[in-house]
Design a binder for this molecule. Structure first.
Ligand SMILES: [Zn+2]
Length: 390
């Protein structure tokens, strides 16, 4: 047996903390919406000659997800869609989410919450532990709909309440709103208050995009001791990809108070190498290659391999970043398991790593790292016994 085979078998039983994820669809979407969900970059309907299925992600859905719907691998898109529609969303959600082998979902509730299952529903559907991540821009936007009065204090109270009810992290999507090339100095309360007033009286519709308000949000989370998740790199075209290179975060990462909380660089593609370097350079910086993992499909092993170049192993995490189609919650885990078995297994087969070390490094990503940095209070699941030989 090769080490690749031994790892493949062992990692199947390794429960995962999915440290950045959203809920699955509550109700069935149209086929057009489903196919659009297989394309992250475009915010428009797909051109008529482009099928969401004709992509690495689409092929991965047909290969790996079809069997969970009682279909043959590589089934044609029409047959896949017909079976999916026949089962309906609650059953599709149940099948994919329970098959993901996830012990803990760490859920960003700040996007499209009305279309997807709530934390409580996710918990009862999967029996897994569920942890809340609050989205800073969503809190800011909600508070500002009531006007700017006392904004600074109201925002701080929201974050204190989130900590009180057990939220484990705060997430910022400033990548989408301003990019990372902003003034990272902590704004004064008076500046923030002025920005809030300007926002409500001026450009107050459209997404919150004032860097002072967003940077204030991040510092408020830091002051509360919350780990901060930052969307980095790949996303839909609302973001300027060249302005979300994580090395633009250096002024933030060099700020002494920020060094005291974990900073999670999410997704990172195509900047996973820069993110790996930052994880090596800063004791509090972590990364994952979630989201891109699903979109890379058969190329996921190369992406995972790059995430294991510069980053210390205590800094690499797993996430699916699934939102909407439950295929994505399952596929993230499926492709991660496939990729790590292949990549780390080959290092073992080549004689560079021991099999025991490979298992230990995967336990770090799957459980140890996220449990430590988010201080998860859920029970640690049983881990499979490491293979002693192959
Ligand atoms: Zn996300």
């Amino acid at each position: 047996m090769t080490a690749v085979d031994a790892l493949r078998e062992w990692v199947e039983g390794l429960p995962l903390v999915d440290h950045h994820v959203h809920g699955p669809f509550r109700a069935s979407a149209s086929r057009a919406r489903f196919e659009n969900a297989l394309n992250e970059g475009s915010t428009d309907p797909l051109p008529d000659f482009v099928s969401g299925f004709d992509s690495q992600l689409g092929f991965a859905v047909r290969r790996w997800c079809a069997p969970l719907l009682d279909l043959e691998p590589h089934v044609a898109p029409d047959a896949y869609w017909a079976r999916r529609a026949e089962l309906g969303e609650p059953e599709v959600d149940r099948r994919f989410l329970t098959a993901a082998g996830v012990s803990d979902w760490v859920v960003d509730t700040g996007f499209g919450a009305e279309d997807v299952l709530s934390l409580e529903e996710l918990r009862s559907l999967t029996g897994a532990a569920v942890h809340e991540v609050v989205r800073l821009e969503a809190i800011a936007a909600r508070l500002l709909t009531d006007g700017a009065d006392g904004y600074v204090e109201r925002f701080r109270r929201e974050i204190a309440d989130a900590v009180q009810r057990g939220a484990v992290a705060a997430k910022s999507v400033l990548a989408y709103r301003t990019g990372f090339d902003v003034d990272w100095r902590r704004p004064s309360d008076a500046d923030v208050q002025r920005a809030a007033e300007a926002w409500t009286t001026g450009a107050g519709d459209g997404p919150l995009a004032d860097p002072r308000l967003i940077v204030f949000g991040i510092f408020t989370a830091v002051d509360a001791g919350l780990p901060v998740q930052l969307h980095v790199g790949f996303g839909d075209r609302d973001l300027d990809l060249h302005r979300v290179n994580p090395t633009l975060l250096l002024p933030l990462l060099r700020t002494p108070e920020v060094a005291r909380v974990p900073v999670l660089l999410l997704h990172c593609y195509p900047y996973e190498r820069e993110a790996g370097y930052l994880a090596q350079a800063f004791g509090n910086v972590y990364l994952d290659v979630g989201l891109a993992l699903n979109y890379a499909g058969a190329r996921a092993p190369a992406l995972v391999a790059r995430s294991y170049e510069m980053a210390p192993f205590a800094k690499v995490l797993y996430s699916s970043d699934a939102w909407g189609p439950a295929e994505l919650h399952y596929l993230g885990a499926r492709l991660w398991r496939n990729a790590v078995a292949r990549v780390l297994g080959e290092w073992v087969d080549d004689g560079d790593w021991s099999l025991d070390d490979a298992c230990r490094v995967l336990e770090l990503a799957a459980q140890t790292n996220p449990r430590r940095l988010y201080r998860l209070d859920s029970a640690v699941p049983d881990l499979p016994a490491r293979p002693t030989h192959h």
